[in-house]
Ligand binder design. Structure first.
Ligand SMILES: NC(=O)c1ccc[n+]([C@@H]2O[C@H](COP(=O)([O-])OP(=O)(O)OC[C@H]3O[C@@H](n4cnc5c(N)ncnc54)[C@H](O)[C@@H]3O)[C@@H](O)[C@H]2O)c1
Length: 347
């Protein structure tokens, strides 16, 4: 399948790809360099025999830095990587964000692709061309929007994925249901995390569905000027608490979606029953809906968000389950709802 996006590049997506046949991709380039998550490498070492040059990177948020990018760039120079080389990131969202970033700045851009090995990367991070690294506690401060050349799905890698990483990825799946697909939301309500952990076929179907949803949104707005912003539902608060509380991305977004849903009841007319449905669904998929955090500290982090406009910020809210809108909300209103949700609400 070829997903067309309105950029200079087409992304080739291969579902049911077998990593053993990676040479079918590598033979199109002078050289293939694989940036591989350390846990993936440990669990699937044999898969990388004869696969090409491998650079193993620690699979944690700490790797999403300019320093790590520079380290990889120096290795690429040492390996003689040029414009006809390809970088393939094999791992979760950390590896896809980092690989895409390095590839899009090295020699002003070389071909790159991803083999997503977490549900979160498969349904979200690997799709859409946002690449980047963090600075200090602020996420994705430095980055590019540049579409990958290849997206290769080999579901064998998911066999070693811990259960909480399945939950982590389902936060983004539930997000798609909330912002634009009420049928997906209803479908998810019929099942639970256990079902998708146990059923690779159902998981593949959900991954493909989410890819199509995100690709459709990206093709309308690749550079994040309008509809693409709705993908940030739950991410304003999510990004603020993710690094501060050292939460998994999906866990932080889950809490962020509950805050945004609460705000939606007063700002965009979301029914209170729907907030309850969203919160219940998140918990069914083993995701947190509250956190222990200091409201003022979280507000200070929100103030660093790219979407900030003076004393307010563009927030993604819901009119109903499956319908979202972008609304400018004052920090005072956000703080009120945050206090209700963050434990220790006397702060
Ligand atoms: N660019 C985007 O559009 C976008 C969208 C969403 C999230 N993100 C970014 O993605 C990152 C989060 O991604 P993530 O949740 O995939 O986290 P991650 O990449 O840190 O992976 C989570 C953990 O799972 C391990 N792992 C990965 N694959 C495995 C496998 N198959 N078996 C066993 N262990 C495995 C990793 O080593 C790591 O410990 C965040 O930095 C977030 O900002 C980017």
């Amino acid at each position: 399948m070829i997903i067309k996006v309105k950029t200079s590049k087409k992304t080739k997506v291969l579902f049911n790809f077998s990593f053993r046949s990676i040479s079918k991709v590598s033979r199109k380039y002078n050289q293939m360099i694989l940036i591989v998550d350390s846990n993936v490498y440990e669990y699937h070492t044999q898969a990388f025999d004869n696969a090409g040059t491998v650079i193993v990177v620690n699979g944690s948020e700490e790797s999403k830095t300019l320093e790590k990018s520079q380290e990889i760039i120096e290795q690429l120079l040492h390996l003689g990587a040029d414009k006809n080389s390809i970088l393939i990131g094999v791992g979760g969202g950390v590896i896809s964000d980092l690989t895409g970033f390095v590839a899009s700045i090295y020699k002003r851009g070389i071909p790159f692709g991803f083999v997503p090995t977490t549900v979160l990367a498969a349904v979200d991070a690997a799709i859409g061309g946002k690449n980047g690294v963090n600075t200090g506690t602020i996420k994705n401060t430095i980055g590019t929007i540049c579409q990958p050349d290849w997206l290769l799905y080999d579901y064998q890698f998911f066999k070693s994925l811990p259960r909480e990483e399945f939950a982590n990825g389902f936060a983004e799946v539930i997000k798609y249901g909330c912002i634009c697909d009420s049928e997906l939301f209803d479908y998810l309500e019929k099942y639970d995390l256990e079902y998708f952990v146990k059923s690779p076929v159902a998981l593949q179907m959900i991954i493909q569905k989410c890819l199509m949803i995100k690709a459709k949104i990206i093709s309308k707005d690749p550079n994040d000027f309008s509809i693409r912003k709705t993908l940030n539902f739950g991410h304003t608060v999510g990004h603020a608490i993710e690094k501060d509380l050292e939460l998994k991305h999906g866990y932080a977004v889950s809490i962020g979606m509950v805050v945004a849903s609460q705000l939606s009841t007063t700002k965009t007319g979301l029914q209170k029953d729907d907030v309850t449905r969203i919160s219940k669904l998140l918990q069914k998929y083993e995701l947190p809906v509250t956190a222990e955090a200091e409201t003022n500290a979280v507000m200070a982090l929100i103030a660093n968000d790219k979407k900030k406009k003076g004393e307010s910020i563009d927030f993604i809210l819901l009119q109903s389950i499956g319908e979202s809108e972008i609304k400018t909300i004052s920090f005072t209103d956000i703080k009120k709802d945050l206090k209700k949700l963050l434990d220790g609400s006397n702060n």
